[in-house]
Write a protein that binds this ligand. Structure first.
Ligand code: PMP
Length: 424
């Protein structure tokens, strides 16, 4: 397959963009990533005119795929033609917040921001401001964006920043525990209970190979946070309006957090994030309360139109049935292939998320460490480039989830299963 243009573009990019990209994961696979020229339904076409089935889907936002339906397109175009933004409020922000509050069980009020990172930064500040406490409990292997309080490694005994540039003093307020480990969460509360502002958790770990919660795990986190006066924050940046449909993962698991962070799908492919929760807590944000939060582009009318019309379309057109059914078909097909050809590997995912994790012992991963132990190098070095040659784009590394969209077809699924079979 000829990919010379991608190679040349990457060469140019390396001179003017650090690492040649604007977000770290996009530099994979090496020696050069695939530069996209356009999307088309469930496919992308690269700069050399090669066509691939696309399971990256913008790394999550593109619930409807690359073909934006006419009504969504019309709403976006009307907004852009009327001046893209104003620095003054608009009706569409109210409409979108009402939609989220109507469907997501725990959410009464919403503050829109511009990325998932901004959402988790704001949620942590709000939790700290509301409780008057500093510490946050996070999951090892969880991801909450490029923010100072959660980019940590370590365990209950001590955390340190996982990136240069973050003061050690920030990490001292963060307590990492293994996902799905109720005893570790209890021990963290026993030791630090009076200082804990929040537990911040993805309902399903979706940045570390996709790990589902054990039955009862979130209920335990809910009980512990209540008992100790801390907030439970679900980071639904990936799971929001993907897992559990319009009710999100909290609806699927029947556990109501105090705060929820959103991103990705709720912006219909445009930059977005949001924090939602009970009025009592949300009212602490400025200007209603004292916890400062602001943003020039927040509630951007074009984003709001794209996001709201996407969600309305999803609600009206059985999009969740379609993407979840194809997700299941992929996972079932992959399970058969893996059982036959690579019995140590694990098929993971839920609803429209799927992935094959190159586990070493044939055991479904239960936490971030189980996934980190996978054959990551083999996946990067051999598997993903090979899938690319088969005409299938998978997410950039072993850890990132893959996403089914409304535009994907049975044929895309069958082609993908064939490609997995060949590559494995
Ligand atoms: N939280 C979760 C669970 C995420 O998956 C991500 C991004 N993948 C973020 C937060 C950060 O979102 P963004 O990249 O939009 O800043």
């Amino acid at each position: 397959m000829n990919r010379e243009t991608s190679r040349d573009l990457y060469d140019r990019a390396l001179d003017v963009l650090p690492g040649g990209v604007n977000s770290s994961v996009r530099a994979a696979p090496q020696p050069y990533p695939t530069f996209v020229s356009k999307g088309d339904a469930g496919h992308v076409v690269d700069a050399d005119d090669n066509r691939y089935v696309d399971w990256v889907m913008g790394l999550g936002p593109l619930l409807l795929g690359h073909d934006v339906p006419d009504e969504v397109q019309a709403a976006i175009q009307r907004r852009t033609s009327e001046g893209p933004m104003y620095g003054m409020p608009t009706e569409i922000e109210v409409d979108h917040a009402e939609f989220i509050a109507r469907h997501v069980p725990s959410v009464e009020m919403v503050r829109f921001v511009n990325s998932g990172t901004e959402a988790t930064v704001s949620a942590v500040r709000l939790a700290r401001g509301f409780t008057g406490r500093d510490k946050v409990i996070v999951m090892q292997g969880g991801y909450h964006g490029a923010q100072e309080s959660t980019l940590v490694s370590g365990d209950r005994e001590g955390a340190s920043p996982s990136s240069p540039g973050i003061p050690q003093s920030f990490a001292e307020h963060t307590i990492p525990v293994p996902f799905n480990d109720e005893e570790a969460a209890k021990a963290a509360f026993e030791e630090h209970g009076d200082d804990v502002a929040a537990v911040l958790v993805e309902p399903i770990l979706a940045n570390k190979g996709i790990v589902e919660p054990n039955p009862g795990y979130h209920e335990t986190l809910r009980a512990l946070t209540r008992e100790h006066g801390a907030l439970l924050v679900f980071d639904e940046v990936i799971t929001g309006f993907r897992v559990g449909g319009l009710q999100c993962a909290q609806g699927k698991f029947g556990v109501e957090p105090d705060l929820t962070t959103f991103g990705k799908v709720i912006g219909g492919g445009f930059p977005v994030g949001a924090v939602g929760g009970k009025t009592e807590i949300m009212q602490e944000l400025t200007p209603a309360g004292d916890v400062f939060q602001a943003g020039t582009f927040s509630g951007h009318p074009v984003t709001m139109a794209a996001g709201l019309e996407t969600l309305k379309y999803a609600a009206e057109e059985d999009v969740f049935d379609h993407v979840n059914a194809l997700g299941e078909r992929l996972r079932d097909g992959l399970r058969d292939i893996v059982e036959d050809q690579a019995p140590n590997y694990s098929v993971v995912g839920a609803d429209s998320l799927f992935k094959v994790v190159f586990t070493r012992r044939g055991r479904q991963p239960r936490n971030g460490a189980d996934v980190a132990d996978a054959a990551v190098d083999r996946w990067n070095r051999v598997f993903r480039p090979q899938m690319l040659d088969e005409g299938v784009v998978l997410s950039q590394n072993q850890f990132e989830s893959q996403f089914v969209s409304a535009a994907h077809t049975e044929e895309d699924v069958e082609r993908t299963l064939e490609a997995y079979k060949d590559a494995l």
